[in-house]
Write a protein that binds this ligand. Structure first.
Ligand SMILES: Cc1cc2nc3c(=O)[nH]c(=O)nc-3n(C[C@H](O)[C@H](O)[C@H](O)COP(=O)(O)OP(=O)(O)OC[C@H]3O[C@@H](n4cnc5c(N)ncnc54)[C@H](O)[C@@H]3O)c2cc1C
Length: 434
């Protein structure tokens, strides 16, 4: 087996695969190593795969807008057909509730206007007219189940919402990562599974490759950390954490799958709902189910965990999320048997990812995706390939950040926005909204 490459990418989740695809297209000889059995088996497999455009910063919105175009033309982007099947983008539209926390979406609307994205403002009556299943009472701020005020409205109506027609979700995130692997292989990329990296090799003050658990050494002048919730462990192996102002940690999350209210086809016509009023996001899920995630309200305790050792069973958090969603969807059934997903986010101090080089020459990272970067993976692939190409050619990214023109929107992406050396971004939502 070959043991020398131009670039080794640690991780074959959706972002690791997209990074490989873009680098391989540029002519780099790439190898992805992943300790699991196949592409997308890490946190990508637990992703809700929602493709929405509202972020709290203009850079966040612009990147999501760019990402959207890749998903609507998934096969065109990849240029291959995966024999095991192709993931599919389903357009549902997205309803985003206005709350004091998101400043009634003023900044989001300004960013959408700037990008020429169509959306509509709806008041509570218009929300009910459009989606009669939803009740529009106000519950903000979210509360824990033990709070005596839980479930009691705090106002007769929500402050309104925006509806963004161009939003949706991808049917099978794990398969989407495999699709990208197949595309990367078609342009020369290689993948090795059940291969756990235990050390980053160094030589003459720069990265020289990786050592695997079985002792195998694989050589490359460039190594990229795309290890998802394990990112901090890999950064520690490389000894680069001390050179970062922003760090990453693994955060446990639960996602509920509950049946649709009886007699209603939830998969027909229901949008993604980002509902800060009840601190839940939701979307239709196959089998006429409703998928419910958390928007991480203040009152919920955050569970920072060791990604190797955490509770994979549902807890009271599952019931809390389902009950919160039931405040918005009348007659929402909440079964005794919890169903859904328990997985991890890789969260930064400001919930904005780190796409950057490190203090160790040749060692890069696409980490801290904070539960909100699945949709951006193809753009991140392009970004990382640009960053690596320019930095390896001698550009000082820390001094003058690399920029590139995004293919679809024609906007400039300043990669410095995602720097490991940034101050915590005060404009972030400090939640999964990013
Ligand atoms: C519950 C949940 C819901 C989400 N919902 C959304 C959503 O709706 N929309 C959205 O945009 N984003 C969402 N996200 C976020 C999104 O899924 C992630 O940002 C994205 O999947 C991260 O991809 P990745 O390739 O960076 O990481 P991963 O998919 O976690 O891949 C990392 C890989 O690295 C491997 N690895 C780790 N350490 C080592 C090692 N030492 N040696 C070898 N391999 C190693 C792992 O095995 C793993 O396969 C969600 C995430 C979760 C958990």
């Amino acid at each position: 087996m070959e043991n020398s490459y131009d670039v080794i990418i640690i991780g074959s989740g959706i972002i690791g695969c997209c990074t490989a695809f873009e680098l391989a297209k540029k002519g780099y000889k790439t190898l992805n190593v992943d300790k699991l059995a196949s592409a997308g088996h890490g946190s990508t497999s637990g992703s809700c795969a929602i493709v929405r455009l509202h972020y709290s910063t203009p850079d966040g919105v612009a990147m999501a807008r760019e990402g959207f175009y890749y998903w609507v033309d998934w096969e065109g982007y990849l240029g291959v057909k995966d024999k095991t099947g192709m993931a599919r983008y389903v357009n549902t539209g997205c309803l985003v509730m206005k709350t004091p926390l998101n400043k009634s979406l003023k900044n989001v609307m300004a960013s959408l206007d700037d990008l020429g994205v169509a959306y509509e403002e709806l008041d509570a009556d218009a929300i009910r007219d459009r989606f009669p299943l939803l009740n529009t009472r106000r519950y903000f701020p979210a509360k824990g189940l033990d709070d005596p005020e839980f479930g009691k409205p705090t106002g007769s109506a929500v402050a309104g919402a925006i509806h963004v027609p161009e939003s949706g979700y991808v049917t099978d995130p794990q398969l989407s990562a495999h699709n990208v692997q197949v595309a990367a292989e078609a342009v020369g990329g290689e993948f090795r599974y059940r291969a756990e990296v235990t050390a980053i090799l160094k030589s003459r003050g720069r990265t020289a490759g990786v050592r695997l658990k079985d002792g195998t050494e694989i050589h490359a002048p460039v190594v990229v950390n795309v290890a998802g919730p394990h990112s901090y462990i890999v950064n520690r192996m490389a000894g680069v954490e001390k050179g970062m102002k922003i760090r990453t940690r693994a955060l446990r999350q639960e996602v509920c799958h509950v049946p649709s209210p009886e007699g209603f086809d939830y998969e027909k016509g229901m949008p993604i709902i980002s509902d800060g009023d009840i601190a839940c996001y939701s979307r239709p899920e196959v089998g006429n189910h409703v998928l419910i995630g958390s928007e991480d309200p203040e009152c919920d305790q955050r569970e920072w965990v060791d990604p190797e050792d955490y509770n994979r069973d549902f807890t009271r958090q599952w019931t809390t999320q389902a009950m919160r969603q039931a405040q918005r969807i009348d007659r929402l059934p909440i079964p005794n048997q919890a169903q859904g997903v328990v997985d991890l986010y890789d969260v930064t101090d400001d919930w904005i990812p780190i796409y950057d080089r490190s203090d160790l020459p040749g060692f890069y990272m696409a980490v801290g995706t904070s539960g909100n970067q699945y949709k951006n993976a193809p753009v991140v692939g392009v970004l990382m390939a640009e960053l690596i190409e320019k930095t390896e050619a001698g550009h000082d990214h820390d001094r003058t950040p690399v920029t590139f023109t995004m293919r679809h929107t024609g906007r400039t992406c300043n990669i410095g926005f995602f720097s490991r050396l940034r101050e915590v971004n005060p404009n972030s939502s400090f939640s999964v909204i990013g």
